[in-house]
Design a binder for this molecule. Structure first.
Ligand code: ADP
Ligand code: MG
Length: 622
């Protein structure tokens, strides 16, 4: 078209499109899920706006918040339409081509190594998956603030935008027309589309309708000169009719009407829009939760979430929530922990999606969880900013944390491999138990650091979080153990929980600080993660037991009868030694009972940094 304005795709977007077009990735189905997810997002947006301004919805069909799918077999066009917020000309230019999202290059990079296109939605570039099946795509869109425009591209490095003067007016929303590639003919089959919607878009909260072919039976006036042959066909098509007709025949001999089959087209609803979180948890199957998790997390692998919790909170603040522990931590979970405000809990108010960017709902250390909250106690007709400050959010957050920690603890409780101080003998063995075996170690491996960060950040839940801690010790035989289990093994008369920090277990095992303790049969915890040093500045005690770093001053190992005598006889030596060493290097020189074979050790003062902490601080040269 002459009037079309041409644009170049941003370079990374162009590369991404090349990769998609040339991809040998076999699961091309994903494009439909991505388009439906975009349609659903657009519907969420207009519904949210309509809470404070009813006018935005318009009237009649325009106000129907739905997704419509149509097929044109002759022209090989698949159309997905929504009555969502739509895009202005400016939006079309920015969103579909010129502004690369942060995920674009990350995704391109990933595609070059592992190549799982299934993750495209997580990187915020799902739209471009249309080029898995189409070689030409038109996006027609109408936003309340602009005229209707068409975006079109053959994925040849550029796209065009025109004001739409030839298509039917949409009223509001977006229609995406996929001109399917030769080999993508299967997406013109109704059965295929029905199947895909069932499989991937089950949890979309708007009706998805397909313009489907229907066979209907129709009564038409019977012609007088009907041959008996035709009557027979109509008889075999419907028994009820036949009987009625027989009755008719009895009274009047000749039938006035006959039944014929006709194909027509009508909208067929493909999904069940009852939200899973509103259902009774007892009636939701494990498979349904798994699928729901996949759609929430945009993670369409086949892995099950490690655990979930679906509950109904009552009282001052009422809400329903579903929380999930993902099967794996995202790669960048701890990379930019303190700058990253990635919330993963979706907030709904009375079934209306409000935001997935409320980081007030869960503390940072639990941001690895996925889930959803739907509350009846929050106001609907206020801005996001006002909602963000609503006092009920604090109550919701408090309850969510509790439930989240319970859910994590349950993974350990149900894990027969777990050395958490609980007696697992009573637990009945079943196939399900086998599945849960080793789950907590897996959780710890993926998210253990989050538990530690929680102990640092969340004073109110410190003890609950400490219960979830796992570590190796001088006696755990290479396995992970817990504080409860450590306490259960403490020697009589032992008051403190002993630990040592360092870079690796191998290095620590050789430490002279352990000599005497090991000889006397005391168990010592190995802390080898850099974060452990910070952790132990916050975790002072557990179940009335103090933590004692065995490389620090203050280690008490019961009374040594000769202590006083030794102190006396070496008095001169310790005095001389203290004088010989510069006073800015050592505080004191003491006789100690902590060693067995090594003649002397350097110990850190009680409130000073351990040698390991010195090392960590020195490596952080910022
Ligand atoms: P994401 O959905 O993760 O943002 P996509 O690549 O799927 O990434 O979509 C890019 C952007 O294009 C969306 O963020 C949205 O702004 C816009 N968009 C896509 N489809 C629609 C639609 N049906 N209605 C309105 N805007 C849309
Ligand atoms: Mg999307």
């Amino acid at each position: 078209r002459n009037t079309a304005e041409k644009f170049e795709f941003q370079a990374e977007v162009s590369r991404l499109m090349d990769i998609i077009i040339n991809s040998l990735y076999s699961n091309k189905d994903i494009f439909l899920r991505e388009l439906i997810s975009n349609a659903s997002d657009a519907l969420d947006k207009i519904r949210f706006l309509s809470l404070t301004d009813k006018e935005v919805l318009g009237e009649g069909d325009n106000a129907k918040l739905e997704i419509l799918i149509k097929l044109d077999k002759d022209k090989k066009i698949l159309t997905i339409r929504d009555r969502g917020i739509g895009m202005t000309k400016e939006d079309l230019i920015k969103n579909l081509g010129t502004i690369a999202k942060s995920g674009t290059s990350a995704f391109v990079e990933k595609m070059q190594t592992s190549g799982d296109l299934n993750l495209i939605g997580q990187f915020g570039v799902g739209f471009y998956s249309v080029y898995l099946v189409a070689d030409y795509v038109e996006v027609i869109s109408k936003h309340n603030d602009d005229k209707q425009h068409v975006w079109e591209s053959k994925a040849d490095g550029q796209f065009a935008i025109s004001e739409d003067t030839w298509n039917e007016p949409l009223g509001r929303g977006t229609e995406i027309r996929l001109h399917l590639r030769e080999e993508a003919g299967e997406y013109l089959e109704e059965a295929k589309l029905k199947d895909l919607v069932k499989r991937y878009s089950e949890f979309i909260n708007f009706p998805i309708n397909l313009w489907a072919t229907k066979e209907v039976e129709k009564e038409v006036p019977a012609d007088d000169d009907d041959s008996s042959d035709e009557e027979e066909t109509s008889e075999s098509s419907s028994e009820e009719e036949t009987e009625e007709e027989k009755e008719d025949e009895e009274t009047e001999k000749k039938p006035k009407t006959k039944t014929i089959k006709e194909t027509t087209q009508e909208w067929e609803l493909l999904n069940d829009v009852k939200a899973i979180w509103l259902r009774n948890p007892k009636e939701v199957t494990e498979e349904e939760y798994t699928k729901f998790y996949h759609s929430l997390a945009k993670d369409f692998g086949d892995e099950k979430p490690m655990s979930w919790s679906h509950f109904n909170a009552e009282g001052d603040v009422e809400f329903k929530a579903v929380l999930f522990v993902p099967p794996k931590a995202p790669q960048d979970l701890y990379e930019s922990y303190y700058n990253n405000n990635k919330a993963s809990i979706k907030l709904y108010v009375r079934r209306v999606f409000i935001s997935d960017e409320f980081d007030e709902l869960l503390p940072k250390y639990l941001s690895f969880l996925q889930g959803l909250v739907d509350s009846d106690s929050l106001p609907l007709n206020v801005s996001r900013e006002m909602l963000q400050q609503h006092s009920s959010l604090k109550t919701i957050k408090k309850k969510l944390i509790r439930k989240a920690l319970d859910m994590i603890r349950k993974i350990a409780d149900e894990d027969s491999d777990e050395d958490d101080g609980k007696d697992k003998k009573d637990v009945e063995k079943s196939a399900e138990d086998d599945e849960k075996k080793g789950q907590y170690a897996k959780f710890w491996n993926e998210f253990g650091k989050s538990v530690k960060l929680g102990i640092i950040e969340d004073a109110a839940n410190r003890n609950r979080l400490a219960k979830l801690l796992r570590f190796e010790t001088t006696k755990s035989g290479g396995k992970l153990t817990s504080l409860d289990k450590y306490i259960s093994r403490m020697k009589s008369g032992q008051k403190d929980i002993f630990y040592i920090t360092g870079t690796s277990k191998d290095q620590l095992e050789k430490s002279p600080f352990l000599e005497r303790l090991s000889k006397k049969g005391y168990e010592v915890i190995f802390f080898t993660d850099p974060v452990d040093e910070y952790l132990m500045q916050y975790l002072m005690d557990y179940e009335d037991k103090k933590f004692q770093n065995v490389s620090k001053e203050g280690l008490k190992l019961g009374k040594d009868s000769k202590e006083k005598e030794l102190k006396e006889s070496y008095k001169e030596l310790t005095k001389w030694w203290k004088g010989a060493l510069a006073s800015d290097k050592v505080d004191d020189v003491k006789i100690s009972n902590r060693l067995a074979n090594t003649p002397c050790v350097v110990v850190t003062s009680k409130f000073g940094w351990s040698a390991n902490m010195e090392r960590i601080m020195q490596s952080q040269t910022l």
